[in-house]
Write a protein that binds this ligand. Sequence first.
Ligand code: ASP
Length: 323
Amino acid sequence: MRKILTPVVAALALGFGAASAQDYPSDTITIVVPFSAGGPTDTVTRLIAESMSKTLGQQIIVENVGGAGGTLGARRVAQAEPDGYTLLVHHIGMATSATLYRDLPYDPRTAFAPVGLITEVPMTLVARPDFPPANLGELIDYVKENADQVLYANAGIGAASQLCGMLFMQAIETQVTTVPYKGTGPAMTDLMGGQVDFMCDQTTNTTNPIEAGSVKAYAVFTEERLDALPDVPTAAEAGLDGIQIGIWHGLYAPAGTPPEVVAKLSDALKAALADENVVQRFAELGTAPVPPEAVTPEALQEKLLSEIDRWKPVIEAAGVYAE
Ligand code: ASP
């Protein structure tokens, strides 16, 4: 039976909602990262969380809920109380999973209250340090010749590493075995240890190992070389045209979160992205904050919808789906 609120109870309920939105935040906030600790999404999130916590005057806990290419963590937040205390940082996978998964338990277009875009991070193609190919041309030949043996690491269907690997395999017309992890943090550990052969990952995870020589870098999928990795050629320079991919990240709350709460979060995110420490750490890791006008719910929603449309035909052409 439908519960009918008497006017007094309804007024109390409304009054409470308004007051709690005004007092927000009065408790610890959790930001869910839908991948393992130590990976690129985790790194970006921890950097902004530290700064947002100072602005909001509340502790922010980062919780890693990895698995199923980021969809488990996203589901957790889609189903959370829309009170601003459970948030999500997700990347391009929010858009690609809309097509990759035939029965996602939430609709990425409507299940969230977008807060703002954060950053767009370049992708690099890296390999274990003793992988034989010396450059991208040799890598392509080697992968074609040894397609039944080489192992490509990714963070599951829906991850940026999976999308990039799919584009690479499509471009060289060769499929290889993929090894899925809950995030590219642990995948990087295995790559450095030689358990897997190669992977694509964001510079927020690859810059330090490339500089330390713990992995081999073949290419960056950007138009220009990066200041942070001047010796790494662009894929086009190294002989592979047509793949350009930037991994954009956004901050989301569950749909139904009061607009005043979302506005406070957008302001705190804007402040974090102007924080000198965040800007400097991003630059060292080959990325930069988005401009302030992109740190809005509207900009993130627009990006999400346009990216769902952009990747749908590409994924359908590749015929890759999570069952
Ligand atoms: N970079 C990873 C991916 O999407 C996820 C992560 O661990 O942040 O492949």
